[in-house]
Design a protein around this ligand. Sequence first.
Ligand SMILES: NC(=O)c1ccc[n+]([C@@H]2O[C@H](COP(=O)([O-])OP(=O)(O)OC[C@H]3O[C@@H](n4cnc5c(N)ncnc54)[C@H](OP(=O)(O)O)[C@@H]3O)[C@@H](O)[C@H]2O)c1
Length: 332
Amino acid sequence: MPQSREIQLVARPTGQPTEDLFRLVTAEVPDPAEGEVLVRNLWMSVDPYMRGRMNDTKSYIPPFAVGAALQGGAVGEVVASRSDSHAVGDLVLHMQGWRDYAVGPARSFRRVDATSVPASAYLGVLGMPGLTAWAGLFKVAAMQPGETVFVSGAAGAVGSLVGQLVKLRGGTAIGSAGTDEKVSWLREIGFDAAFNYRGGVLAQLQAAAPSGIDVYFENVGGEHLEAALSVLREHGRIAVCGLISDYNAATPPRGPRGFMQVVSKRLRIEGFLAGDQGPHQADFLAEVLPALADGRVQARETVVHGLENAPQAFLGLLAGANTGKMVVSLSA
Ligand SMILES: NC(=O)c1ccc[n+]([C@@H]2O[C@H](COP(=O)([O-])OP(=O)(O)OC[C@H]3O[C@@H](n4cnc5c(N)ncnc54)[C@H](OP(=O)(O)O)[C@@H]3O)[C@@H](O)[C@H]2O)c1
């Protein structure tokens, strides 16, 4: 029976979370029961939605429990199996991250193939963030060839794929990010225009899109949403993926000014969740997997090493320390 380290939530944050809200403890892992597998985690994901789960509020996903291990996407290797469907050595994707070992019913551990892609890609470009980008752009915003798309949070896991998908489908991609280095990388991977939002959003967006935008892929909120409303063309669409500038707000965030433009321009705004996009999984992978394999899509990662540094990776993600997908490597 292996000893497993896990990261537990100690208390709930008010505003910006800090490292003292997490603790590393050692727990015993039970032997797998009939139909179960034991998995040694190799990679775990930290994602912005985890900030919402630290609050004790009703949402589309239950809050993390105080005094228990956190949860989240992870990729690991089956080390013991009492199921016919999984063999020792299989690589699996599952939701018991934030710990060294995971045990549970084999059906909760999806087998993945990492012969031609890195295993960690299943937490990013080929995983939940990738599906979010693909479905938000093509199914929610219904982006068409020739259209101009603005994406905020563009140097992150979701945003960097959104811009590259726009280019693959013959559109114009504009992105914003929080450092000049990230902006340079966006240009390198094919964005037509990119700017550092710390210099203000509206004037830079107007300069990048003098005749307006058709789609705004919303990852940030606030000033970004106000600027996008102003620059959207008539019958534009906004896919509301996330509002990360609000996640650490201790008081209710301000809404965007100019919301009446939704009416005057007959805009369609739609929020969406990755969890509802399962039916598009096969179409998403059919487009993105070959593009990743032949280099038309670049998937950058920021890697933090060691389970004990997972809280630091998560807090860094919220503060913009990542370019591309932030992942934690758990292998020695
Ligand atoms: N609807 C869904 O099902 C779904 C699924 C996945 C993700 N999402 C959402 O998609 C967005 C991106 O997620 P991701 O996983 O790809 O994360 P990510 O973009 O890889 O990482 C988060 C990034 O947000 C930026 N950021 C943090 N605070 C900000 C602020 N106040 N203003 C502007 N940017 C800020 C930082 O980059 P900078 O250096 O550029 O500031 C940071 O690197 C988030 O809003 C997330 O909640 C939604």
